[in-house]
Design a protein around this ligand. Sequence first.
Ligand code: PLP
Length: 339
Amino acid sequence: MEQPQLDWNNLGFGYKKTDFRYISHWRDGEWQEGYLTQDNHLHISEGSAALHYGQQCFEGMKAYRCKDGSINLFRPDQNAARMQRSCSRLLMPTVSTAQFIDACKQVVKANERFLPPYGTGSSLYLRPFVIGVGDNIGVRSAPEFIFCVFCIPVGALFKGVLQPSNFIISDYDRAAPNGTGAAKVGGNYAASLLPGTEARTAGFADCIYLDPLTHKKIEEVGSANFFAITYDNTFVAPRSSSVLPGITRASLIELAQSRLGLNAVEDDVYIDSLGDYKEAGACGTAAVITPIGGIHYKDRLHVFHSEHEAGPLTQRLFNELTGIQNGDIEAPAGWIEKV
Ligand SMILES: Cc1ncc(COP(=O)(O)O)c(C=O)c1O
C-alpha cells in the first residue's frame, strides 16, 4: 500500500481527494446496491431539489487508528440514527443503520492508506450525505436521491494540551424555534456563514448563537455544541429543541457522570448568568473539545477559567473522550465499532 505524502501531524481540516467514495441511488422506491467509485464528481440534473430547495442532509464522523493497528469508528449507529431523523425532517428516504455503517466501513477500508497513524492526533473524517436529485422544478420532494460517503484525512485541532479560544455572541439566529436546527441539513450551515465570518473578522474563533425565541439562553457554538461546568461541579448542556443533538455532547454528558463523577444535566444556560460557571467549552466531531476562554457579549468579555489554559475538568473530559476514540481507554459498551 503506497503511503500518500502527507504531514500526518499537521493536516488541518481541508478537502483532499482520497481514492474511493461509496454511492447508492434511490430509485423505484428503494436504495440500490451501493458501489465504490474513484470519480469524485457527481453528475446530477440541473433541476435537483438539493440545488434549489436545500433538500439534503449530511453527517460528520471519524475513523481512528489504534495502537494495535485496528481501526475504530466512534458510535456510528448514532450518526446513522441522526441522519435518519434529518432525512425524515426533509421528506427524504432514510438509509438503514446497517447500510450506513457498511458504507462507512467500505470507505475506510478502501482508503486505508489515508488513515493517519496512531499517535498523530489525526484521523480519517467521514462525510456521509443524502441529496435530492432528478428532474424537477416545483417545491416538492425529489424523484430520486443519492447517498454518498467520502472521507478525508484531518488533523487534530489540539494534541494533548488544549488551548482556549474566545467567542462572540451573535445577533443572528441559525435556526427557528420549530425549524430545522435539530437536523443536520445544509440550510442551517448556509445561514451560519455570514455570522461566522463576521465573528472571525472581529477576531473571535466563531460566534455563539442564543435561543431564537428569547435571545437569553446560549444554544450552540458555530458548528459545535456548548457545555459549561458550574462551581458546584454540574456539567450543563443547553436544553433546546433547535440545537443539533451532538454525539460528542451526548457522550460527554455520560462521561461527566460515569467517569468524572459530576452531575450532568440538560438545562438553560442564561447569558446573564455566566458567572455561575467555572469552565465552558465547545464540543463536536471536528472541534473535539475546544475550551472557551471567554465570551464577548455587549462590549464585555466574560472569562471563565482562563484565556490561556484549559480548566482541569475540561482537560479530563478531553483525555477521556479522545482516549476512548483512539482505543487507549475502555469504552462504554457499544460505543466502538471496529472496521
Ligand atoms: C451545528 C452543530 N452543532 C453541533 C455539532 C456537534 O455534533 P457531533 O458531536 O455529533 O459532531 C455539529 C457537528 O459537528 C454541528 O454542525
